[in-house]
Design a protein around this ligand. Structure first.
Ligand code: HEM
Ligand code: HEM
Length: 211
């Protein structure tokens, strides 16, 4: 759909407005805030203990209300349309991704509050690795979910045809940028491991870790 076509379309119906709000809020929450919080952790953690405060404020305090509002808009759109609910992959995965997000918040808190070196790998507890890997996985499936949202769900439930190619291009460019930024931040890993080893070797042990 090009811009001329977009404006020649009939005005949005109430349930379609809820879908637009749903798509925008979910994209901000999952594709902007969550990657931002992860990238901030990756880059700042070897320079300032402040990274941790920024990380949980972004992932939890800022993202949670936006994601809950986005979910509510998705559910209310389905209700306004008269259903059906949870009848396709996007809708089922949508609920699952929300549950996984809440789970990840809890794992983050666990990593922060439980410093016991349970099943350590290179001196760090296994749940620390789990939180990082699961965080990347969550952001990955959210990228896919947003894609099915604008490519499959939108045309299917509005009958307005697929969105123009700009959405597709922005999605791909953003995916490449986020992956590149995070992977480049891995260059700080040797520095991070050295700092954590030094902190463990002091008499304060793991309590001195900055997370
Ligand atoms: C990570 C991001 C997203 C998640 C977790 C998500 C989740 C959901 C959920 C839980 C539902 C409603 C399930 C139900 O009550 O049956 C839904 C419906 C829907 N979503 Fe998403 N969504 C996301 C992104 C998007 C995006 C970017 C769009 C693009 C416009 C979109 C378009 C839709 C549409 C069209 C519906 C159906 C609405 C209706 O039937 O009236 N979603 N989504
Ligand atoms: C659900 C949203 C969240 C996502 C997607 C997420 C993602 C991530 C990622 C990708 C990392 C690894 C960063 C790196 O490369 O070093 C990380 C680290 C960390 N996050 Fe989260 N996080 C989330 C929420 C939280 C919350 C709410 C807390 C605290 C209450 C938290 C605490 C931590 C801690 C302590 C680390 C360091 C783990 C380590 O030792 O490597 N996270 N997070």
């Amino acid at each position: 759909m090009d811009s001329v076509e977009l404006f020649s379309q009939p005005p949005l119906l109430p349930y379609e407005k809820h879908i637009v709000a749903h798509g925008i809020l979910m994209t901000i929450g999952f594709l902007f805030l969550l990657p931002l919080g992860a990238i901030i952790a990756r880059y700042l953690r070897t320079f300032s203990p402040f990274w941790f405060r920024l990380h949980w404020i972004i992932q939890w305090v800022l993202a949670l209300p936006i994601i809950v509002a986005g979910l509510a808009c998705g559910i209310s759109a389905v209700n306004l349309m008269g259903g059906p609910s949870l009848n396709d992959t996007h809708k089922k995965w949508g609920v699952a991704i929300f549950v996984l997000y809440i789970f990840q918040l809890l794992v983050g808190a666990l990593v922060h509050f439980v410093k016991a070196r349970f099943l350590p790998i290179l001196g760090r507890p296994i749940h620390n690795y789990f939180h990082a890997v699961f965080g990347i996985f969550l952001i990955g499936i959210a990228f896919y979910q947003v894609r099915t949202g604008f490519r499959v769900e939108w045309p299917l439930y509005t009958g307005r045809g697929p969105l123009n190619n700009a959405a597709n291009i922005v999605w791909i460019v953003w995916l490449v940028l986020v992956c590149t930024a995070y992977l480049a931040g891995m260059l700080f890993l040797p520095r991070q491991y050295r700092q954590e080893r030094e902190a463990r070797d002091t008499k304060y042990g793991a309590d001195k870790a900055s997370y």
